[in-house]
Design a protein around this ligand. Sequence first.
Ligand code: PMV
Length: 318
Amino acid sequence: MTRAAASAPGKVILVGEHFVVEGQPAIAVAVDVRARVTAEELGGEPLVEVVSRELGRASFTGDEGRESPLYPVYVAAREVMRLAGRVGGLRVRVESDIPPAAGMGSSAAVAVATVAAVSRLLGLDLSAEEVSRIAYRAEVVVHGKPSGIDNTISTYGGAIAYRRGEGFLRLDVDFSPVRLVLADSGIPRSTGAMVAKVRSLKERYPAVLDPIYYAAGRLAVEVGKALERGDFEVVGELMNVNHGLLSAVGVSNRRLEELVHAAREAGALGAKITGAGGGGLIVALCWREDAERVAEALEQLATRVLVAPISADGVRYG
Ligand code: PMV
């Protein structure tokens, strides 16, 4: 084989971001906005060339090139090459439709698709669990201490309840009555910096913050049950409560509040920050028939609005 391709979906965290980093459960769904990766034999030099539609091109050997935004793609490829006993001679092409640094897990989706494509090219038959684990190692390079929720949902698809250190449970949810509307504040932010900010608050006020973390964990459990019974009104109401908890730990701002409130006023069942906050996206849960109205209201305020199709599939080969 001289070429192999794979794609992986982005994600939306419905509830539990940040609290998941410290061991509370969180719930995420895969959305069918994908990163696609093609791996091909390059021949000649023992290097890995990464070509990205969005970020340009770079070549890597050994440990050099850490400052490049494409380095995490190289790390994902290198982890697989080590397993196959390969040193270089690969080109990895990346195309992603997932907005970067917005809270949709674009880096994890690229890592998952890279691991899958490179493993297929090199003739390794990795299990989904191995793909997710290797992608996690590449995520560590980008985020420092990610919870693991992004690579997990991107690998497996559907809806999952995730708990750090314990793994995940698939949720059986019929999402057909609802839509997820995503609105981008247009404010860039770094997941690592936001996670560090929340951790610092928790270290300074543990007695105050611990009950908030506990509440977020209970909330995620209730949301999981409500999703499986199709009780989206409860899910929406608890998403609003979760937004309040995220504001409490300092990851909201005026712009995100405006978006969240505009979505609720336009008829969303619930609306909240999704992902690290400080900028990036909000997610609104809406009845299918209300999604257009909510999207229109958000278009007045957001740099981009997306009605996100939920993806039953995780990583796909070919
Ligand atoms: O904003 P994103 O997609 O990078 O999501 C980050 C989610 C956090 O819970 C804040 C961090 C993590 O590792 O789970």
